[in-house]
Design a protein. Sequence first.
Length: 433
Amino acid sequence: MDTLPPEVLEDIVSHVADDDLRACCLVSSRFRDPCQARLHREVVLSLKLRVTIDAGSISPLWRTHMHFEAFPHLATHVRTCTLRLAREDLAHATHLVLPVVSTLRRLVNVRAVFIEMGHMGVQWEHIPVDIREATLELLHRASRQGPTSRISLQHIHGFPIVDLADLFSGVYSLQLIAVSLSPPPYLLHGEADDEAPAAVNSTPNLNLKSLSLEHSFFPNLRLLRRCESLETLSVQWPQENSLATILRAVPPVASILQHLEIMASPDSTLQATTTITFPKLRLLRLEFSRISVQQPQDAAAWSLPHLLSRLVPFFNTSKTTFERLEIRITISLDNAGLFAPGAAPPEYVLPTEMNLLDAVLAGRLRSKDPPRIEIGLHLRGWVNWPRFGPILEEHYEVLAPIFRAALPHAVAAGLEVVQWDGKRMAAGGWLAN
C-alpha cells in the first residue's frame, strides 16, 4: 500500500462511492487525503432541508459550518461552493452571519462559485453587510484560479457593477441569471468608452472565455468591449427587449467569437442593424420560444423563415471556420383543440411559408467547398400542464406529421424524435452539405 503513487490512489478514489470513501478514510492513512479531497470537493450552503433525508436534523449550512470548525484543514479541499439563500431566509439574517461568513472565508482554494438567491430574487443591499463582503472576497478568490475559474450569480437585484467589472479581469466563465446591476451615475447613460473614468475602462480583460446572460441587462456595452478573449456568448433577453438590443451588443467581440447563442421572443422587433462579420464563428444557435398556435393570423410575424430571412443576413460567417447553424423553436399548443376530450386533430398547420426555409439557408450557408455545414432544426411542442393535462403518445402521433408537413423536404427527411417525457414532445433534424 505504501508503494502506491499518489496519482494511482486518486484514480482509485475517483471510482468509489462517497459512503465507501468515508470508510476508507478510517482504514488507511494512505487513502485518507485523496478520500477527504473527494468528499469535500463541493459544498452547498443552504438552510433548506431535504424532507426525506434531513428531517429533524440541522441545515446543510450549519452542518458544514460546524464540520469545518472542528476540522478547518478540510476546507482547503473545497473546489466548488454553492451559496443558496432565499428572501425568507433574510428574516433570520442575524443567525446567518456566523455560519456563512465563517465558512466562506475558509474556502481558500475554491474555483467555482454559484450564488443563488431564490426564484423571487433578493436585493443585494438587503443582504447583511458581513455576508456581502465575505461573498465578494470568495468571488475574487475564485476568479484568480485560472482557466478553471467559474462564477454564476442568480436572482440578485442591484449587484454593484463596479465589483462585477473587477471580476471580469480574472474569471474565465461568467453566468448571470436574472441579475440586475447597480451602476454609478457615470455608467447610466451613453456607451462611449471615454465617458467613464479610466479606472473602469483602462484594463482590458484577457481571461473571460465564456459569458452567459439570461434575463440580465447591462446598462451599456462598456464591459462587453473589455472581453478581448471571449469565445462563447449566450444571451437570453427578456421578452420586452428587442433583438436589435442583443445584436447591438455583439459587434465589439464579433471578431473573436466562436460560439454565439441568442434566445429571444419571436415578437421582438428587429430594427435596422448593420451586417456583423464573424471571422472565427463555428456555431450559431438561434432559439425562439412561446410561439402560440392560437393566433394563426399572426403567423407571418413569427414564422421561422420570416425570422431567418431578417436575421441570417446580419451574420456574415467565414466558410473556412463555420461548422453549424442550430435553430430551436418552441410552439405552444394551448387552445389548439388537440387536447379537448374527443377532439379531432387540429386543422392548424405550421405556416406554409416554412418551405421558404430551403431558400433562406441555401442563399446564406450552403457551399460546395469543405468543410460541410451542419444545419440543425429543432421543433418543440408544449402545453400548459395544469389546464390541459399531459401530452399522450397519441397526441404525439398527430403532432409529428404536422411538424414534418411544415418543413422543407430536405429537413423533414431527417426529422427524428429527440425528446419524449410524457408531457412534452420534441422533434429535431439536421442537414449537412
